[in-house]
Design a protein around this ligand. Structure first.
Ligand code: ZN
Ligand code: FE
Length: 253
């Protein structure tokens, strides 16, 4: 197994660094500088870079890292990310021996069309697909694609650690509360996150169980959420229609 180091970047990004012995892997390095600082401080060799999608805040640091370490770069085959040496499709498995880990590659289109997630060792690195109490904006994909992607992630084991790429949980919870004020698990999470953020603590990783209990985008069949969606769009009935209403509502929230 590996240890995980959280590297804050930009305003609210997290770059995840996995280490075992002196070997390191990073997920979604939007910026090289803070990653190089950690590698140097810890005496690590960067061997692998995993990219979830093409946005600059997730891959803008790849070139700078490659100028210091000849790492292998994994990323979605269908997005234009120039530095990728190992193009991936959903359904593939990658074995990273020096870290002692295998990751399943999950195709999770929605935020972007080629977006992939990495799942292995009880951990999910999901980029901008699933967030604490929220989900990514639909820049390229359809509501149906994102709804399907989130449904797949929600089917992972409850204890899966969810490493998303942004600290958005507190703002997402304000929306979740507007959608489902009667959810006691949600009220508890709101309190916990308020305390954590006031102390400057991260709210990521979360777990699939916590997201299933509190994330409105994974709860589109719950009666209170359906009713909230129908107050905005009366004909919203099935979970995809409810999801579509919620995603639209959140855009302007
Ligand atoms: Zn993005
Ligand atoms: Fe992002």
């Amino acid at each position: 197994m590996f240890d995980v180091i959280r590297i804050p970047a930009f305003k609210d990004n997290y770059i995840w660094l996995l280490r075992k012995g002196a070997s390191a892997l990073v997920v979604d390095p939007g910026d090289a500088r803070p990653v190089l600082e950690v590698l140097e401080r810890e005496g690590l060799t960067l061997e692998f870079i995993l990219v979830t999608h093409h946005h600059a805040d997730h891959q803008g640091g790849v070139a700078g890292l490659l100028s210091r370490f000849p790492a292998r770069v994994f990323g979605p085959a269908t997005e234009s990310i120039t530095a990728i040496t190992q193009p991936l499709h959903g359904g593939e498995t990658i074995g990273l021996e020096s870290l002692g880990v295998e990751f399943q590659v999950l195709a999770v289109p929605g935020h972007t069309l080629g977006h992939i997630a990495y799942y292995g060792c009880g951990s999910l690195f999901c980029g901008d697909t699933l967030f604490g109490a929220g989900c990514g904006r639909l820049f390229e994909g359809s509501p149906a694609q994102m709804h399907h992607s989130l449904t797949r992630l929600a089917a992972l084991p409850d204890l899966t650690a969810v490493y998303c790429a942004h600290e958005y949980t507190e703002a997402n919870l304000r929306f979740a509360l507007a959608v489902e004020p009667g959810n006691s698990d949600l009220l508890k999470r709101v309190d916990e996150v308020a305390v954590a953020r006031a102390r400057g603590w991260a709210t990521v990783p979360s777990t699939i169980a916590l997201e299933k209990a509190t994330n409105p985008f994974l709860r589109c069949s719950e009666a209170e959420i359906v009713a909230s969606a129908q107050r905005r769009v009366a004909q919203a009935k099935n979970s995809l229609e409810v999801f579509t209403v919620l995603r639209e509502w959140k855009n302007g929230f």
